[in-house]
Design a protein around this ligand. Structure first.
Ligand SMILES: [Zn+2]
Length: 197
């Protein structure tokens, strides 16, 4: 029986490490969860090479889902969404929200790319899932058929779905997010480094 290939090419992971975008160790996030991996979320999408590789890996995961539109709730997700849309075949349209009165809002004249379309939601990191829960509801109110959610990393370890939509985190297959009470790194006696998100 062949072993399933990891969704993220090991060469890409090695690149991320070399560029200092991904660091291994023992970290605690604001949610209280622990992990052996830290992503530099500010610089992550500053490198078009790295961003394109991750966009390709996400597009591959949703390749057979007939995605018409990729939608992002944030500017960070938007950079990634462009690559995901580009690598789907046929290429998907991309819409993203900008804050209006503090709420991520899609411009009204983009409604035609959402109504009755199969929409994939993309963001860089899922932290609590709250942003995507609200964004999915907003798009559904505009008539979208939300088919799933893709992100680089899902730090909300309890969430295999958000708002009823399946969630796929690219790095989750490589780096598990642990409850503080069940962290194997803590069991080895380590003390985690606190992370700003
Ligand atoms: Zn730990």
């Amino acid at each position: 029986m062949g072993r399933e290939r990891p969704p993220l090419d090991p060469v890409i992971v090695a690149d991320l490490k070399r560029e200092g975008l991904l660091r291994e160790g023992h970290f605690v996030f604001r949610s209280g969860h622990h992990s052996a991996c830290l992503l530099d979320r500010d610089r992550l999408l500053a490198d078009p090479g790295a961003a394109s590789h991750m966009g390709y890996a996400l597009a591959k995961r949703f390749f057979t889902d007939h995605v018409a539109t990729v939608a992002a709730p944030s500017i960070w997700g938007a950079g990634l969404a462009q690559w995901v849309g580009y690598f789907l075949d046929p290429k998907a349209k991309v819409v993203y929200a900008t804050p209006r009165n503090g709420v991520p809002t899609v411009a009204e004249n983009l409604g035609g790319l959402i109504r009755d379309r199969r929409v994939l939601l993309v963001d860089n990191l899922i932290i609590s899932g709250q942003t995507l829960t609200q964004f999915a509801a907003q798009l559904e109110a505009l008539g979208a058929e939300v088919i799933g959610i893709g992100a680089l990393w899902n730090l909300n370890r309890d969430a295999t779905e958000i708002g009823g939509h399946p969630v796929f985190g690219l790095l989750n297959t490589l780096y598990e997010v642990h409850a503080a009470s069940h962290c194997p790194l803590c069991e080895l006696g380590g003390t985690p480094e606190a992370v700003g998100y």
